[in-house]
Design a protein around this ligand. Structure first.
Ligand code: ASP
Length: 325
């Protein structure tokens, strides 16, 4: 018996030492960070900025892989199935929480398939249209959309995407359904908005600020409580008459379930450093967003956010009765 206990204790000690040694040496090769949307969109922009800065700190390259489709659930599913060794990560947004209810047959269990690294940033949405869209302000837009509902197209990045959620809020506020056009991300949707192939979109400021400032698209409102320094002329949804449309698109970094805690802690510390990097702070500011606090950029911060957001959106989605399947 004593022999068995001694050998069990020795095995446990070896596992602990090898776990620590693994975490100390980590990362020894490049890391893949999956973005569950197309390249060139807002989630991609946030991910590339953060990945580049974290990779300098970690001393290894972070390769960004775009796995767009099904409102972000394809990319999340790929990461849920990946080896839990710290070399595959996911940067996803609020869609991680809404898809838990929107998809009744998700190939992963949202609250049990991932470890958490930390929150990254909370980005407002903007209601935007192609450049020559007739209405000049939100009030005019609402009247125009109601009168021409059968002719208007609304782009989104699939069911579960932030653009889908924001578009749903818009249609439910104005009680008018529109024809939606799904893309693998709002990067390609923006290309079509710029080309005038679609009329309207609701998208993160991280994708729209540059175009709004360059007047290549038209902006009607931001979904934040206050006007943004980056877009001082764009009214808030509350000012413009749609107070029920306030919404923030929070982003977080995840790892597959079973990734060692030492690894997620190391990544979280690196994320916290990255979020204080002057380049990230100024690029985020230009794009209408700010990094989260150190306390939020932690595994516990992201876990609490995801759990509360799954709970918050469940009854809203169930009441709407619209599912992805
Ligand atoms: N903005 C997109 C969304 O609607 C995602 C993206 O392309 O980054 O969720």
């Amino acid at each position: 018996m004593l022999k068995l206990l001694t050998s069990l204790a020795a095995t446990a000690a070896i596992t602990l030492i090898s776990g620590n040694a693994f975490a100390q040496a980590y990362p020894e090769r490049s890391i893949t960070m999956v973005v569950p949307f197309a390249a060139g969109g807002p989630t991609d922009t946030v991910t590339r900025l953060v990945a580049e800065t974290m990779s300098k700190d970690l001393g290894q390259q972070i390769i960004v892989e775009n796995v767009g489709g099904a409102g972000g659930t394809l990319g999340a599913s790929q990461v849920a199935k990946a080896d839990p060794d710290g070399y595959t990560l996911l940067l996803h947004h609020i869609g991680m929480a809404t898809s838990a209810t929107l998809y009744r047959k998700l190939p992963y269990d949202t609250l049990n398939a991932f470890e958490y690294v930390g929150l990254v940033t909370d980005v407002p949405m903007t209601i935007v249209a192609k450049k020559d869209f007739e209405p000049t302000d939100l009030k005019g837009l609402l009247e125009y959309v109601k009168a021409n509902a059968d002719k208007i197209t609304l782009a989104n990045a699939g069911i579960g995407a932030a653009s889908h959620l924001c578009g749903m809020l818009f249609m439910s506020e104005i009680k008018t359904p529109l024809t939606t056009v799904p893309y693998k991300g709002t990067g390609p949707a923006m290309t079509d908005l710029l080309g005038g192939q679609v009329d309207l979109m609701c998208d993160q400021t991280t994708n729209t600020t540059k175009q709004i400032k360059g007047a290549t698209i038209k902006a009607y409102a931001v979904t934040s409580a206050k006007r943004l320094d980056a877009l001082p002329d764009v009214p808030t949804v509350a000012e413009a008459g749609l107070p029920g449309m306030q919404v923030g698109i929070w982003h977080g970094i995840y790892a597959p379930k079973g990734t060692p805690a030492e690894v997620t802690q190391k990544l979280s510390a690196s994320l916290q450093k990255a979020l204080k990097d002057p380049n990230i702070v100024s690029r985020f500011a230009e794009l209408g967003t700010v990094p989260v606090t150190d306390a939020e950029a932690t595994p516990a911060g992201l876990k609490a956010k995801l759990e509360s957001e799954v709970t918050r959106w469940k009854p809203v989605i169930e009441a709407a009765g619209q599912y992805a399947d």
